[in-house]
Design a protein around this ligand. Structure first.
Ligand code: LLP
Length: 389
């Protein structure tokens, strides 16, 4: 039997819980991103933080994308998966000397620098290796992303990036540093942004800043506007692929590139979220006073977004077509926040039924923990239903 996108008979033979990736959907998504970006000559660096599963990374690398990394290990994983170092950017507020040296040795494309002390350390470490290093400044454009406070990053007082008011001093310092070349400016205003108009004020700010850098004598070749495009968590079946055409068009219409400048993006969630599901089984149905609980063999350790951000993931009973009943769907972890959904209609659940937690391809597997000493679930792929060891 199949239900929706799920080959239930095959999945039924696999030990739960596990992550299930629809590789055909991922490839279709990558194709659309490629078509849309090539219309304008934009360049795409997949945000590895969203999902660094080996097969997922290799699939995205094979499609010709670059990578956006935020740790030395991400840089290593990206390059091992086939991303060329010349398409790797490295951001993060706390890059250690070890991580900077590693990225320097790989000769990555560019460091997205987030503070003055970091800029000075990159300069010093590059000098020791007798290298000139390309850097972009991550700037807080002070644009409201209208999203969850934990994933808003573009407002002025923030641990990320440079504030607008610090820039005159930063360019002064830059002019004195011998081993770094400023090639661009970088932004990321937040994540899960579903209203593409939200990116308009970002474009306007970029245009303004272009003039500032030009006046200061910098010839910027690269503009990087980060990621942030949201997905439809409510209805992944109706909207498996986000509106990439509308998203890139906003930048094309509102952001003025100068001669030969390249526009870069760092999409994560919108590329991988919808291709992934967390598949679990009902361990028990517990009848409470007025509610019934579907207790699963997966929990917040395998998908932390509901507990951490009050995020909604669609839940489906893929083993059942029985009439719907209401459940609180919960995990086995010793925390009350280990609840996926409350008073939720599902086809009647029985012990052993397979449950799919949808849109779990981004910030799912990669944020898994071993709390309660649980195993990290394995990953399976639609095109070869064998576990990745
Ligand atoms: N670039 C930078 C500099 C970022 O900080 C991020 C995400 C991205 C790109 C990719 O953003 P995306 O296209 O995926 O929205 N764990 C949270 C999301 C944290 C996002 C952090 N930065 C969640 O599960 O919603």
């Amino acid at each position: 039997m199949t239900k929706g996108i799920f080959p239930v008979d095959k999945l039924d033979k696999i030990e739960t819980p596990f992550y299930y990736y629809d590789i055909e959907l991922l490839k279709k998504t990558l194709d659309i991103v490629k078509t849309e970006t090539s219309k304008y000559g934009y360049s795409q660096h997949y945000a590895v933080k969203a999902n660094a599963n080996r097969t997922i990374l290799a699939t995205i690398a094979a499609a010709g994308f670059g990578a956006d990394c935020v740790s030395g290990n991400e840089v290593k994983a990206a390059i091992n998966a086939g991303f060329p170092a010349s398409k790797v950017v490295f951001a993060g507020v706390g890059k250690t000397d070890k991580e900077i040296n590693l990225a320097l040795d790989y000769d990555i494309f560019c460091f997205n620098v987030e503070s003055l002390p970091e800029l000075e350390v990159i300069n010093e470490l590059s000098g020791k290796k007798n290298k000139r290093t390309k850097v972009a400044l991550r700037i807080n454009p002070n644009v409201d992303a209208h999203t969850h406070e934990y994933i808003t990053t573009g407002l002025n007082e923030n641990k990320f990036g440079f504030s607008l008011s610090s820039l005159p001093n930063v360019v002064k310092v830059l002019k004195e540093l011998q081993y770094v070349d400023l090639i661009g400016i970088h932004f990321h205003i937040g994540s899960q942004i579903t209203e593409v108009e939200t990116f308009k004020p970002l474009c306007e700010k970029v245009n303004e800043l272009q003039t500032f850098f030009e006046k200061e004598g910098f010839d910027l070749t690269d503009i990087n506007v980060g990621g942030g495009l949201g997905i439809d968590y409510d209805d992944p079946n109706a909207n498996p692929i986000p509106d990439f055409a509308g998203y890139f068009a906003i930048f094309n219409q509102n952001l003025q590139l100068k001669n030969k400048q390249k526009l870069h993006f760092e999409l994560g969630r919108s590329i991988v979220a919808q291709c992934g599901s967390l598949i679990a089984r009902v361990t028990y149905i517990k009848h409470g006073e007025s509610k019934q609980f579907a207790i699963l063999d997966t929990g917040m350790t395998d998908l932390i977004r509901p507990a951490l951000y009050q995020a909604y993931h669609k839940v489906e009973n893929i083993s059942s077509n029985l009439p719907e009943q209401k459940y609180d769907v919960v995990g086995p972890i010793c925390e009350s926040s280990d609840t996926f959904v409350k008073d939720y209609s599902l086809n009647e659940c029985k012990r052993g039924d397979l449950i799919a937690l949808r849109s779990a391809g981004a910030y799912g597997e990669i944020m898994a923990s071993q709390y309660n000493l649980r195993d990290i679930p394995k990953a399976y792929f639609s095109n070869k239903l064998q576990a990745e060891e």
